[in-house]
Structures are given as structure tokens and as C-alpha cells.
Design a protein around this ligand. Structure first.
Ligand SMILES: [Zn+2]
Length: 165
């Protein structure tokens, strides 16, 4: 773990190296190594954000080899946001923190069908060419994620982050 917990009786290190526990907010753990910035994109957090957040990337994980962790203060994720995270980080777990305590911990989960979240990569697909038709993807596998377009059956498994709407 790259997190440095305060130790009583030891001299404190440089403050910018410390990842403090958060009072209220969400901790997204077990993100596949290197995907944290895509998770931030899903949450609508860009370079100009004023949100208080911590991103830890490529720390050792017995489960994943390398993992990323994202902590967002003063924000509890909506179910739709959690579903989107499952698309690119299917092993992630969501921890909701209130008053320093984990009040809810759950894995991310994908519904059997996702509507209007991921664009079909077939440029001729009806969902890309006819304006009112929303993309509809069937979830065929969850880890790694395999999607299949309901209209043209085009599969999508890699680079899903690039096709998020
Ligand atoms: Zn399609």
C-alpha cells in the first residue's frame, strides 16, 4: 500500500505524501491498475475539478496484481455511476463513508443490459445513424466485460472507456 497511516510517536513525514482517511464520501477500491483516470472520467471529474479526491495508482494487490484506488470526498455514488464503473473496473468495490465509518460496502455490478451508456463501435449501426435511437448493449460477460450491440451484434470488449457516451 502506498498509503501512509499516521503513527503515534513517530516523526511525521512530508504532509503531501499522506492519504488521510476521509470523513464523508466514497472509496472505490480494487480498480484494475492503470484505470483510475478512466474512473474519474466516468464520474465526470476532469482536470478543472474542485472536488477533493485522492488517486492511488499501481499499488500491490493480492487479488489483482496491481490496483488503483480513488477516494472522492463529500460524494456518494449513484447506482448509474457504479454501473458505469463496472464496465472498466469489474472487480472494483464501492465503500460509502460517513463520519469516518464504512456504512456500506458492495461490489460493482452490471445489469444484463445497458442503455445509452456505451456507443456501438460499428459506425453504420442504427444506433449511430438514426438520432433518436439510443445505444443498447447486452452484457454477455462481466470479467472481462464483453458487450454485444442489441441492434447489429457488434461485440465490444477492449477500449470500452473510449466508447463511453
Ligand atoms: Zn451496433
Amino acid at each position: 500500500m502506498a498509503e501512509i497511516m499516521p503513527k503515534i510517536g513517530l516523526k511525521e513525514g512530508p504532509k503531501e505524501l499522506r492519504v488521510k482517511p476521509i470523513v464523508n464520501g466514497t472509496v472505490i477500491d480494487h480498480i484494475a491498475g492503470g484505470q483510475a483516470l478512466n474512473v474519474l472520467k466516468i464520474l465526470g471529474i476532469s482536470g478543472t475539478t474542485d472536488a477533493t479526491l485522492s488517486v492511488v495508482m499501481n499499488v500491490e494487490s493480492s487479488k489483482l496484481g496491481k490496483k488503483d484506488i480513488v477516494k472522492v470526498e463529500d460524494r456518494e455514488l449513484l447506482e448509474q455511476e457504479v454501473n458505469r464503473i463496472a464496465l472498466i473496473a469489474p472487480a472494483a468495490s464501492i465503500n460509502i463513508i460517513r463520519d469516518y465509518k464504512v456504512i456500506e460496502k458492495r461490489p460493482v455490478d452490471l445489469p444484463d443490459e445497458i442503455v445509452g451508456v456505451v456507443r456501438c463501435q460499428n459506425p453504420n449501426c442504427i444506433s449511430n445513424t438514426l438520432e433518436p435511437i439510443k445505444s443498447r448493449m447486452l452484457v454477455k460477460a462481466r470479467n472481462p466485460v464483453l458487450l454485444r450491440c442489441l441492434y447489429c451484434e457488434q461485440p465490444l470488449t477492449e477500449r470500452i472507456a473510449e466508447y463511453l457516451i
